[in-house]
Ligand binder design. Sequence first.
Ligand code: ATP
Length: 257
Amino acid sequence: MKNTKWNKPVYETNGLNLWYGSTHALKNIELSINEKEVTAIIGPSGCGKSTYLKTLNRMVELVPDVSISGNLTFKGKNILGKSVPVELLRSKVGMVFQKPNPFPKSIYENVAFGPKIHGIRNKAMLDMVVEDSLRKAALWDEVKDRLHSSAYGLSGGQQQRLCIARCLAVDPEVILMDEPTSALDPVSTHKVEELIDSIKNDVTIAIVTHNMQQASRISDRTAFFLNGEIIEVDRTSVIFSNPTDPLTEDYINGRFG
Ligand SMILES: Nc1ncnc2c1ncn2[C@@H]1O[C@H](COP(=O)(O)OP(=O)(O)OP(=O)(O)O)[C@@H](O)[C@H]1O
């Protein structure tokens, strides 16, 4: 856990507003996502958590009738304009969704897919990347004897770790996680949390979670969203033990949401 100094920002968000048609979903967001830290995004349903996450990899732009204003930089470059091609951004920023979404391919091919797209053709090299990614995702021992079986034969928790391995295989700088354990049982949830802990020194993580215990266990910083605004962002230990805003305290103590 970090102390007083934050790592340098990978993302900086200043005065970010987003509308879906006339719905004002993000209001004047000021938030940085710092290098090699875990940033948790918490808040009640509909407060804009997923929208913010999907703004970070520009997925939100796929929704018709979206308009965005303000500034959002990735490593100092404005990503709301055209200066960073979306493909380049997505090659550095992986995403893990609430529901595991492996491709209808073998376990091996799921992990090798990204590296192949990035031009790795050598089989020994691909084998190495697949093994390394599955090891980092704490899945290797469970799947090493069935790498060429369908990914759909894995349990939900294993599929989610496979999706994380798939992200890791392209050596991302950031992984965005949108409620990655909400469909998982407690044992699988624990494995994914351990996995986050084991990769956080190598990769920057922003995670949306409804699980307060999870946010307090795994994150360095926590941002509390409400009705499209950020009410408070601080060290996770501060948010959970001594928040400044009474709304934050009410939310983390389950008084609403
Ligand atoms: N594709 C969309 N089209 C129109 N409005 C949308 C769309 N997606 C989200 N919204 C609206 O934007 C607001 C924020 O939604 P968002 O999904 O970001 O919230 P959330 O905090 O992630 O919620 P949850 O915890 O339920 O997933 C809500 O009012 C929602 O109805």
